[in-house]
Design a protein around this ligand. Structure first.
Ligand SMILES: [Zn+2]
Length: 87
């Protein structure tokens, strides 16, 4: 797992208490990530660590001209010899 950034307490804050589903939440001084639920008085922490690396990475995207050449060839068209799609 490689994360691009450290977890940030100002991102992805909870909208509901995970224990009672209460919606009245306040930041709590316990930690930077702590929240106090006004309904059940629980203090909990939600921390978004980031995204894990994918199992397999998708192939790199083709350039526009390469994709156009392949598309034209697939449909039976051919660019003129040495044909470049850019002008
Ligand atoms: Zn609650």
């Amino acid at each position: 797992m490689s994360l691009r950034r450290k977890p940030n307490p100002n991102r992805n804050h909870p909208l509901f208490c995970p224990y009672c589903a209460g919606e009245v939440l306040f930041p709590n001084e316990e930690t930077e990530f702590a929240w106090l639920c006004a309904d059940c008085t629980r203090v909990f922490e939600v921390k978004y660590h980031g995204q894990d690396d994918p199992v397999t990475r998708p192939a790199a995207a083709k350039s526009t001209s390469q994709a156009l050449k392949e598309s034209l060839a697939r449909h039976g068209h051919q660019l003129p010899e040495g044909g470049d799609t850019q002008q």
